[in-house]
Design a protein around this ligand. Sequence first.
Ligand code: 13P
Ligand code: ZN
Length: 269
Amino acid sequence: MKSILENRPLLAKQVTDVAEVAGYLWQKGWAERNGGNITVNVTDVVDAEIRKLPAISDRVAIGRPLPNLKGTYFFCKGTNKRMRDLARQPMENGSVIRILDDGSHYEIIADNPVKPTSELVSHLSMHNYLIGKGSNYKAALHTHPIDLVAMTHHAPFLKKDVLTNILWSMIPETRAFCPRGLGIIPYKMPSSTELADATIKELDEYDVVMWEKHGVCSVAENIMEAFDMVDTLSKSAQIYLTAKSMGFAPDGMSQEQMKEMQIAFNLPG
Ligand code: 13P
Ligand code: ZN
């Protein structure tokens, strides 16, 4: 069977980048079994021929109307598929879906009828929100980093911006490359519309959010950037925990030092 990626270098690049990041997630130890999911809005690299492709699945209800997504296309990790398999064989462990003109249903168009991730309602709600605010962000990543998830098992860290400030203060890179900090979303049932609602509410303020006792979710222009922010935050969490395991609480950069970074690099407040 001919792959949708054949002779489509721009679409193929999007999928290859997802596969590369899926490999990193596995290597990092963040992707046990089928843990985590990725979606990328590929509408910009979809041509007229793809638009005419017939569906290879039934129409499936998303679970809510998402009007900004009418006629858009996404590459999605399949539900129950492993990141380590997505890394090697992206089109066997993910699929391209089309959002129908009602904005409430999708159908799979390529290459295999792999059902998208169980977190699709959260992912698509984020993409719908991003389009609505005129953002150029195309990628959404959800993953299970051990260090960051562990930090959400401690109630004082769940207060607004406590974790943001601890993690920012561990190394200047985190202040620079995660400039909007880390939002916190109180525990909600995985794959629920409540989780989706709580997530998009936090995106007003943050590009990366923690799902308490579950994982992290990030949005960015592309999947590499989405990965880099989580990787940077995880680095800070590692520094924090390494200091703790050496028997002391890390001092952290001072508020003045972080302010200096903010001014020098023209970072958001
Ligand atoms: P999926 O396999 O359905 O993508 O689910 C993995 C996960 O991390 C759920 O939160
Ligand atoms: Zn998860």
